[in-house]
Design a protein around this ligand. Structure first.
Ligand SMILES: *Cc1c(COP(=O)(O)O)cnc(C)c1O
Length: 286
């Protein structure tokens, strides 16, 4: 069973709590929670996992560790990999190569459809970002863990975690006794809602509130103020947060007036910072 600590931090005189899921181990953050179900299963000798998406995604890195540990063949469908990256692998892509992932680059066709077309009877297909219903198990466990820790700390929380597909926030909100808040880091609020409803048709949003962002951000694009916030948090809180999701999430969460003490879920993904930091350095931000 996974378990992480809750740490009290202070940033610019605002006190809040951080659930250190980034310290869960080799596979950490929300991808570790999402994979809890798969860890509880047994696999036969010839098992294959097939997934698709970005070659720098945390889902790819985490699945590559999982499959190596479980002796599962892992096939990953992606767009054409830039030659610069092939010659200079870094971040999650480098990890996946080390872990013997078989990459299939495809052009001009839907990655998902291609991945599905490869699946034979016993293959396990994993949706992009591990956004599937099996993720729920890990979030039941996380909600339970937070409940126990809140009793020990004698605190009631408001919980915040930033969303990509919304899978993590949706399942945590479904099982937590505390109110859960999120924001959309990929696309806008309507798109996030749509993605959650695609995953869970009858999803009840009563315990999940989607907060508006202060401004529009394009996913994966470098922004000076995001880099600034990243550096300040690292210096003042001694915690490295992820550049793609946490910086948008924290810029929303730190501006809000919270009714209860804020528990911010650190969802890992630090390995993914390597390629983003390269891009920032290239733009002259150090
Ligand atoms: C994958 C990921 C997310 C997005 O999670 P969803 O469940 O898709 O909303 C957020 N933060 C980090 C660090 C991630 O790796």
């Amino acid at each position: 069973m996974l378990k992480s600590t809750i740490e009290k931090v202070c940033f610019k005189e605002f006190e809040f709590y951080v659930k250190r899921d980034d310290l869960l181990g080799e596979i950490n953050g929300n991808k570790a929670r999402k994979l809890a179900f798969y860890f509880s299963q047994n696999y036969s000798k010839n098992q294959r996992f097939i997934s698709y998406g970005g070659v720098q995604s945390n889902a790819l890195g985490s699945l590559s560790i999982f499959c190596l540990k479980k002796n599962i063949k892992f096939i990953f469908i992606c767009k054409k990999i830039p030659s610069y990256l092939k010659e200079n692998p870094c971040g999650n892509y480098a990890l996946a190569l080390k872990n013997k992932v078989e990459f299939l680059e495809v052009n001009n066709t839907s990655l998902k459809e291609y991945a599905l077309s490869l699946c034979c009877k016993d293959d396990i297909f994993i949706e992009q970002g591990i956004a599937n219903l099996n993720a729920e198990q890990g979030y039941k466990e996380l909600a339970d863990e937070i409940k126990k820790q809140s009793i020990n700390l004698n605190l009631e929380f408001d919980i915040f975690l930033p969303s990509g597909t919304g899978t993590s926030a949706a399942f945590l909100a479904r099982h937590s006794k505390f109110k859960v808040f999120t924001c959309a880091c990929v696309g806008d609020e309507d798109y996030l809602k749509k993605q959650i409803l695609e995953l869970i048709q009858d999803y009840d949003f009563k315990n999940l509130q989607i907060l508006q962002k202060n401004q529009k951000y394009h996913f994966g694009k470098p922004y000076k103020e995001i880099h600034q916030l990243y550096k300040e948090l690292k210096q003042e809180c001694f915690i490295e947060f992820d550049l793609l999701y946490d910086m948008i999430g924290l810029s929303v969460a730190l501006k809000r007036k919270w009714e209860k003490p804020l528990l911010y879920i650190h969802q890992g993904g630090i390995l993914g910072n390597a390629s983003m930091l390269q891009r920032y350095a290239f733009k002259g931000f150090k």
